[in-house]
Design a protein around this ligand. Sequence first.
Ligand code: EPZ
Length: 450
Amino acid sequence: MDPSTASDVLTVHGGTALSGEVRVRGAKNLVPKAMVAALLGHGTSVLHNVPDISDVRIVTGLLEAHGVSVTRGADPDTLVLDPASVERASDAAVEAHAGTSRIPVLFCGPLLHRLGRAFIPDLGGCKIGDRPIDFHLDALRAFGAVVEKRPEGLLISAPERLRGTHIRLPYPSVGATEQVLLTAVLAEGVTELSNAATEPEIVDLIAVLQKMGAIISVHNDRVVRIIGVDRLDGFTHRSLPDRLETASWACAALATGGDIRVVGAQQGEMMTFLNVFRRIGGDFEVDDTPGQESIRFWHSGGQMRALALETDVHPGLSTDWQQPLVVALTQANGLSIVHETVYEQRLGFTEALNRMGAQIQLYRECLGGSACRFGQRNFQHSAVISGPTKLHGAELTIPDLRAGFSYLIAALAAQGTSTVHGISLIHRGYEDFEAKLSALGADFEMGVAG
Ligand code: EPZ
């Protein structure tokens, strides 16, 4: 087998209860955005707790293409970003770097302020739904930007200084909220954003921008007000820990009957997940001693309990916790219901779990919760899981980041051997996961066995 593809395959021998310790660093859904925010500053920015994941490498390439110097600090998980010589990048360079990520869309605001122009190539990102950027473009137009469709992508320009405005998002989109924040901070006048996303990563981005000199206030009912300023400086910031990676390891402990301490994890951002984890039959212990924060997750040994879950925007159950939880629920006693309300196509990965012996039925109706945007729209966005079922090894091909990690959990919980293809997708959001799996006693090898 061609070595490049061999390095993209993992052979997993299941049946081991994972136990031990792993470390999580900064959030995949904050760090790249903070790196983009550095473009807004007249001064060097320093970002701590940066994970070594491919999304960070993609943004580093995009920033360097725009003349930003990105270097490692004294600590290996620190980045120093210097935007002193920001310049226009060729559209080809942007396209080449963009590849599989959606991040280029968030460069718009900072580049419009610095260069009066921004180019967005066709965006990548996980295939978990249509994922349009209409909210982003409507917001940019509301600030006074001009959006031009080109064969190779979108050209956005700002004939004059962007002006503060009123924006109401049709849905509390994380990306569109970040778009407005990264644009409004240097726009002329006040921007009022309503129906904003309030995820912990959004709050951390607001903290970054405030450190740069921005004036941003968060009000009740998802209203955020930004008073534009004329100049921003650099920031020094430590990213919040990755609550999505933390939950993935927690589900691995549950599904394999193991015990994992996640060093670096914090309770604050994980309340909703921790409640669900306990209701399913897991247990956890929080250590919030400054400097040695961690959460230990273990299977309490009893019968796991089936549940009805519904994903939602924060503070609801994050959609990025859904797939690892579904794998854990295949081992729970009874009928579980999962209603995915954030993405219309994020349950397709269950087909492979059924090939491993799970019993998961998909439905177009809004099951187990309130009606959502996808009801009556022909999307299989609800699942009924009947458990517990014995899982056995299978050939698996990873469709997206979280499904990828979930397949690893299923393969580790299964009897027999699984071959998992496309593991490079997992590197997008999970730092060093192979070494962590080894540290937890997982039995696997790179490439195809034999
Ligand atoms: C961010 O994606 C995260 N990605 C996603 O994590 C996460 O699932 C999502 O927020 C929701 O929490 C990053 O931060 C890089 P959205 P984003 O805009 O910003 C619709 C992971 O696994 N929508 O909140 O792209 C959209 O189609 C990834 O870590 C529009 O219709 O998500 C979706 O149904 C996956 N038009 C919903 O809103 C728009 O212009 C939520 O999307 C924008 C969004």
